[in-house]
Design a binder for this molecule. Structure first.
Ligand SMILES: [Zn+2]
Length: 301
């Protein structure tokens, strides 16, 4: 049997196990995983007290967040992942504690950066994991719900559908052909992921009771489930499909205040649909991501 045929047969066998083989070189490679991490959907985090440096429980919040990410890394590695890139994607993007993150992962920190919560994603990745994700602005009984910038943005619709950060970021990954394989957040986030992405692993980290309240399991038990589900997701990585939004892309962005829609309507390629809503039309979800990144970055200097 020639080396090439042998590699091909081995490749097919290993693909079934979630391991990827370069058919040219015959090199066996584990999957490459991208983990985007927000904070509002982390178990036991419920209010601004845990979300930023001014909160009395922020240091505790950082530890809870770091533990959930490590659980995901652990699960991915147990299933044979080769490379893991973690993107700290909340607030100032310097929440994860760098020397407590498992050594095998690379960590993307701080803003500004052109792809915001998905900085670093490209077509070399095999799967995306969302940890600590939260529901979109306006969701009833949803702990810490907002969409990208709670103080400014009321709603973002992509091709007519209101989107959360997880759905929007899934479309960004989908642009590169990369599927979402696991989503962790409250019950609303998990429900939306199953409805929108179809085949996806989910972890319900807490049950939202209201905008600033939730019922949460012990963090150790949440981490245990994240580890198990991440392992399972990487093992069955070939079963997931990328979430692709077909161009042209039409973003309707409704601000909370008329002032912002007015300011953006001065741009020649932005249409104003109503007092608070603008329309941006492009051929690529990446353009929309960059637009939102610019908008977000103005506030984050
Ligand atoms: Zn967020």
């Amino acid at each position: 049997m020639s080396r090439k045929i042998f590699c091909f047969i081995m490749g097919l066998a290993l693909v079934c196990l979630g391991t990827l083989v370069d058919l040219e070189s015959g090199e066996v490679k584990g999957p490459k995983i991208y983990i985007s991490v927000d904070m509002e959907g982390i178990g036991a985090i419920v209010s601004s007290a845990q979300l930023g440096p001014k909160g009395f429980e922020y240091e505790r919040g950082r530890k809870l967040m770091t533990a959930e990410v490590n659980a995901a890394i652990d699960g991915c590695l147990a299933a044979g992942a080769e490379e893991i890139v973690v993107s700290d994607s909340h607030g100032n993007a310097q929440n994860l504690i760098p020397d407590e993150i498992y050594e095998k992962a690379l960590l993307i920190r701080s803003f500004p950066r052109s792809l915001l919560q998905m900085e670093g994603i490209d077509d070399t990745f095999d799967g995306v994991i969302f940890i600590g994700y939260h529901p979109k602005e306006g969701t009833p009984n949803a702990n810490l719900a907002h969409t990208i910038w709670g103080g400014k943005i009321h709603e973002i619709k992509i091709n007519g559908m209101p989107v959360s950060e997880s759905v929007f970021n899934a479309a960004v990954a989908g642009h590169f052909g990369v599927p979402v394989i696991l989503v962790a957040g409250d019950q609303n986030v998990a429900k939306e992921a199953l409805k929108t992405f179809g085949t996806v692993e989910t972890v319900v980290t807490k049950e939202s009771l209201g905008v600033y309240s939730a019922k949460s399991r012990h963090p150790n038990l949440i981490c245990q489930e994240i580890k198990e589900k991440s392992k399972k997701a990487v093992e069955r990585i070939k079963e997931f499909m990328p979430y692709i939004v077909k161009p042209p892309i039409r973003m309707e962005l409704t601000f909370k205040h008329v002032y912002d829609a007015e300011a953006f309507s001065y741009l020649p390629w932005v249409k104003r649909l109503s007092g608070k809503t603008i329309l941006v039309e492009t051929e690529s979800i990446i353009d929309i991501n960059r637009f939102l990144t610019a908008l977000f970055s103005i506030n984050n200097r």
